[in-house]
Write a protein that binds this ligand. Sequence first.
Ligand SMILES: [Zn+2]
Length: 465
Amino acid sequence: MSTLPEWAIRKLVFPLWSLRDHPGYRGDLRDFLRTQFLSRAQIEALQLERLNKLLKHAYAQCPFYRRRLAEAGINGDRLPSLDAFKALPLLGKRDIQDNGAEMLATDFSESDRVRNQTGGSTGSPLQFYVDKRRFDSRLASTVRHNGWAGYQPGDWCAELWGARLDEVAGRGWWDGCRNRFLYRLVPLNTSLIRPEDWDLFITALRKRRPRFIVAYTQSAVLFAHYLREKRVDDIRFESLITTAEVLLPGQREFLQETFGGRVFNRYGCREVSVIASECEHHRGLHVNAEALLVEIAADPYLPAPGGKVVITDLLNFSMPLIRYEIGDVGQWSENQECPCGRALPLLADIQGRITDFLVLSHGLKVSGPSLTLVVSDMPDVRQVQFIQKSGDEVTLRVVPGHAYGPETAAELRKRLSLYLKGLARLQIELVESIPSLASGKYRFVVNESESQAAGTEATLEGARA
Ligand SMILES: [Zn+2]
């Protein structure tokens, strides 16, 4: 099957497989391809209709939400507008950990839902349930958003992906076959990459020549650096779908120059799959709005106009996530018009996880990715990572270049002091390397202070479907 032409996979194998594993997929995809061109008012009307259905269900079937909705005075009543929804408090990760069992819908049997969980670097993973049926619409969303980058079922696709959890979930014989023959993936696990792994990956890419790559953003950047260092110039992609990590300014151009294609930034997570992604015009990330109601909640300690990303999954009923504070920081695009004709709301690039922010005195938050950017053009600084020891003590780990010396350290202090504003002492620690997380992701900020230790790497996770 690995030699079947693309059209055969697209027109025959993929549809047949989806009939077996995802019977709702074809209809969902047809709907998503139509509704993406609705007007903004029509999209909001569709969201309100779906939201009311979800709230009615949650009130009737989930003890936790019955209490919450009653306290907010909403009960099982129809909301007149999306604005009225804001009376409901936000749902934090802690709420889910404490009330998970009471959030389950009583009219769902075990066989109609699938247990899923997010990774937790501090040993407290978050468990939640996804309707079996919901995986059909998740797949349909993913296929639609892949299509904006030109990538269709049947196309070979390179994949730089970490996530231990995916490996555990996809360990079976059938999953292996599916990845190879159906999804046609040329994968590399980014959890622990040695130089020889890059070489094997390059060999595999030369064999299949995929036109697309889906990648953890910082892994794609590392791969590009490796190719440049080795003067390899024949690994090219038409489209690079970067996800799961922040895309820093400058990295888009760097990737496009190295691989010769266009970057399509994407935002997703394990809880709700694809949240938003760029279309062919790259004016921001269009929200998957028929499936998800996304809000940006203001936070006085975050640099405006950014706020906390809040998500309601309109199509998941076995364990509803309603006004779920996902732990990322984002903002709306200033311009909500896109020449593609889709009125799906536009997010600006995601600024990072809440845990990517240093928390200084008075709760002031400073973005780790932004601080990293401040020092990223220094030639003697190969890589950095911020360690928050306490509210007023920050250590900067530095992988030094050959000419690193006292002047470099002084320059680092000078540049960073502008942002730390005298609120934290800065120590510099030289290290040989900065390992990725076991999940394959790069961490801008490691929080070693007790008050923040509950933070996890649970968000900004990639979403395959
Ligand atoms: Zn667009």
